[in-house]
Design a binder for this molecule. Structure first.
Ligand code: ISL
Ligand code: CA
Length: 553
């Protein structure tokens, strides 16, 4: 397997609106992020993925862009961006920009032109179609609820929007659109950024003719025809030739609906497409957002194993359990009430010991939890508000909806970063755009810096281990005790160096099996004090995690 800097990196994801507000307007900004670079550096994450800061009317918090070469004034200026890059490079850190090019804002000048007349030169920058029987041309639905087609009265056609109506899809079939995107990417690389996280990038190629989902006429495309279309590999390869030649960048493509088989193509070493993808299999194990179901550990393990095996030879995984679209990982996969610290540390251990590049979402390193909102008025996210509206209209009970949102709304992970046990958690001196989680008094940077047993200290230690032990980066993944319903256990092996990871996903003590030919173990790190009990009786305490060297006979 080839060694690469982006395989040896740990990425820290910043949701800029919620990270640090430098001027008291309640919104995080670039100056705030710059103030906190030393904090991220000390964590030993070396790459930052910055969610969108471009000019945007913010219908979807910046994932609706109307100026790709400008910064939204709430975040700062292009000069602030230059300063951020300079300050990061000084610290040997790299910056990934969020590239949102499946769609633009409806307020982007291209779309304003496009919708002005059927003959406008920009008409074909977007996907316009005549309707069928008084509705859109096919049955596609928006990720944010409702029809994916919006009627334009002025030109009497529908346009496609896989997200909100304010996010019309670009027409990648048009070579001029592709050229525009490549020029934008070069602009940012020339400014000094080190790579891109590409938003829903497998949606840029749709199946020709835009057949309705489920239409059996196109068996090769799996029944969902707005994703992984026939030209996707061509586009990504073209992008590489046009933009990345001669540059040593990092790329990660966000891909709803991607399979292991497709990911092998997207990340294969000699294919010239992407370094890694974000897959959604683990995010879809606990039911739809509006009606969540409990997690099944066996399914979780099987999914991790499938991806670890699938991309072990040729390709590369990204490792994440949370981001700005998902609930907080300790609330979802751990137990944020009775075993908060133990389970937050256990999940950190998982993230830092799998094969693939780990992503840490801001605040995860403190054990930040779901928001705990109880009324709809507390939420701001467009997806959440639409889900609520649609579910109510479908006759669902309001309390059930609120319970579901409390588990799965995207706003759970967007509450302000918890810096200190002071007003607004030290995030802003003004009124935060989204409420601070009241548990900031307990889980915050200042308090956790001073507590040797905190989740934060554990992250610092685990990230350092991850980055300094080649076996944890490149080692082969070998599952152990596969059918254990409570414990996830696996080896990582490289050049005779073997590391054994044990993770208890349950609230009680559990027995585990050792690999058969084991002769000796040497404890590296864990989330409880090391005791002989675990070794002798093969028992793990609630949410216990242990990382150890082993020798085999
Ligand atoms: O979380 C999701 C899956 O249920 C979707 O809400 C999410 O929109 C999807 O994963 C795609 O996400 C990306 O593109 C969206 C943007 O809202 C998300 O924040 C972004 O990560 C549209 O640009
Ligand atoms: Ca601000």
């Amino acid at each position: 397997m080839k060694r690469k800097w982006w395989k040896e990196s740990v990425v820290y994801q910043v949701y800029p609106q919620s990270f640090m507000d430098s001027n008291g307007d309640g919104f995080g900004d670039l100056r705030g992020l710059i103030e906190k670079l030393d904090y991220i550096k000390e964590l030993d994450a070396n790459v930052i993925w910055l969610c969108p800061v471009y000019l945007s009317p913010k219908a979807d918090n910046g994932y609706d862009i109307c100026g790709y070469r400008d910064i939204s004034p709430e975040y700062g200026t292009l000069d602030d961006m230059r300063l951020l890059i300079e300050e990061m490079h000084k610290r040997n850190m790299k910056l990934l920009m969020d590239l949102v090019v499946n769609h633009t804002s409806d307020e982007h000048p291209w779309f304003i032109q496009s919708r002005s007349s059927r003959t406008n030169p920009y008409r074909d920058y977007y996907i316009w179609r005549d309707g069928k029987n008084g509705a859109g041309p096919n049955n596609w639905t928006s990720f944010f609820g409702g029809d994916a087609w919006a009627w334009d009265e002025h030109t009497n056609q529908y346009y496609l929007h896989l997200f909100s109506e304010k996010q019309p899809d670009l027409n990648w079939e048009n070579p001029a659109v592709r050229q525009e995107v490549y020029d934008i990417m070069k602009f940012w690389l020339d400014l000094g950024v080190d790579g891109f996280r590409m938003d829903v990038i497998n949606l840029i190629s749709k199946v020709p003719g835009l057949p309705s989902d489920g239409d059996p006429a196109h068996p090769a495309f799996g029944g969902r025809y707005f994703m992984n279309g026939p030209r996707i590999h061509e586009y990504l390869q073209e992008m590489n030739r046009a933009v990345f030649s001669g540059r040593n960048v990092m790329t990660v493509g966000e891909m709803p609906g991607v399979t292991v088989e497709l990911a092998k193509l997207y990340t294969g070493e000699d294919r010239g497409e992407l370094n890694m993808v974000f897959q959604f299999d683990l995010m879809e194990l606990d039911g739809p957002k509006i009606s969540p179901t409990p997690l099944n550990l066996q399914a979780f393990k099987d999914t991790v194993v499938k991806w670890q095996f699938g991309l072990s030879e040729n390709g590369w995984n990204s490792i994440y359990l949370g981001n700005h679209d998902q609930p907080r990982q300790v609330s979802r996969f751990g137990n944020d009430r009775d075993y908060h610290d133990e389970s937050a540390k256990m999940l950190c251990t998982l993230n830092m010991t799998l094969q693939g590049t780990p992503f840490v979402y801001y605040g995860e390193e403190l054990g930040m939890t779901n928001a705990g909102f109880t009324t709809i008025g507390q939420y701001r996210d467009i997806e959440t508000l639409n889900l609520y509206r649609d579910a109510l209209a479908n006759g669902k009970n309001e309390q059930e909806i609120l319970d579901a949102l409390a588990k799965r709304s995207r706003d759970n992970a967007r509450t302000p970063m918890q810096w200190a046990p002071v007003l607004n958690a030290g995030f802003t001196s003004g009124k935060p755009w989204l409420s601070v989680n009241p548990n900031y008094t307990k889980y915050n940077v200042e308090t956790e810096q001073n507590d040797p047993d905190s989740v934060l200290q554990y992250y610092k230690k685990m990230i350092r281990l991850r980055r300094s032990i080649p076996t944890l980066i490149y080692g082969k993944f070998v599952p152990v005790d596969c059918q254990n319903p409570y414990i996830f256990s696996y080896l990582r092996e490289l050049d005779g160096c073997i590391i054994w990871v044990l993770l208890n996903f349950s609230e009680s003590q559990q027995a585990y099996k050792s690999p058969e030919n084991i002769s000796n173990t040497f404890y590296i790190y864990g989330n409880y004090q090391a005791t002989p009990t675990a070794k002798i009786e093969n028992l793990l305490r609630p949410y216990e995690s242990i990382v150890q060297y082993v020798s085999l006979t």
